[in-house]
Ligand binder design. Sequence first.
Ligand code: ADP
Ligand code: ZN
Length: 346
Amino acid sequence: MEIDFTPINFSENLGEFKRSLKQFFSNSPSQKVVLLCDTNTLENCYTKIADLPFLKEAEIIEVEPGEASKNIEIANHIWENLLELDFTKADIIINLGGGMICDLGGFVASTFKRGMRFIHIPTTYLAMVDASIGGKQGINLLNTKNQVGVINAQEATFICPDFLDTLPQREIISGLAETIKHGLIGNSEIWQKAEENLTNLTGLDLIKKSIEVKQHIVNLDPYEKGERKKLNFGHTIGHALENVDGNGLLHGEAVAHGMLVEAFISWQKEFLSELEFNKIKALIISNYGNPTLEIESISKLIIKDKKNLSEKINFTLLHSIGSSSIDNNLDLDEVKELLDKFNRLL
Ligand code: ADP
Ligand code: ZN
């Protein structure tokens, strides 16, 4: 089945953004609106657009910030609210927030009455270039991320970098890791801009280029049968690092370290040159610090990775900066040896 992931609307500034959103609502049939946000996006983002006419009438549903809100109890609370408010399939949910809000709201909307309308307004860098693109909507289960969900395209995504003005710097740097990933797997120009200066990536131009890499891949393979696995680069190790107790890493920080380790594996398997590996190492360490790899805890976590077939660990590896290949399957023992070698290198 074809999915249309194309409608992404870009605005340079809030004025333009508000005009586009207003246009979208004036073109669409009259409907009830729910705006889903968390405490931070209510305070920092909703207030920037609250004067839009269709928002004056909107119901606001606010949840606690943080990944812990992406669960079935909260989803249920939102479904019940929608039912009590007599929402139908023709009504619309606006997801105003980071990845947590977009994933949760997208899941709730995709399942309520077997699918109602929804749009994403991502307010974190990570959500702009990743979570709000490509139609993955879902919630966590037993503290494991994204275990229940659907692939279902939002009606539109509205991107405006002005929302980043209030986002803590640590969240921005973390999100940039996904754009660095897009550069590494598919666009060396993005990588060069990152090498020049990481803050280049926060401009609308580079946000667009980053999204183009992801859009191109998800359009080829929306259901992750092949090509879409490229987007998992850095995530096999990254997810494990994110889930090691007490690590305290944000998603993008863990992915940055994961990319360094997986670039190391790419070099060791003689796909990637030592020169390019060293460039990647320099950029990641200077912006995200040195990774610490506890081999035993990481091994336990990667073996549970939902992408693996049988006992092999599935990696996307780099061939050069800007080009990658999927389905490189390594034995756990070999992975452990490589992790050990990596620890000795740093
Ligand atoms: P991510 O987008 O990285 O997946 P979250 O949705 O959990 O993660 O957002 C990260 C944090 O940033 C949350 O505490 C959220 O409330 C907050 N946040 C999101 N957007 C903004 C913003 N534009 N300004 C300030 N804080 C924000
Ligand atoms: Zn990611």
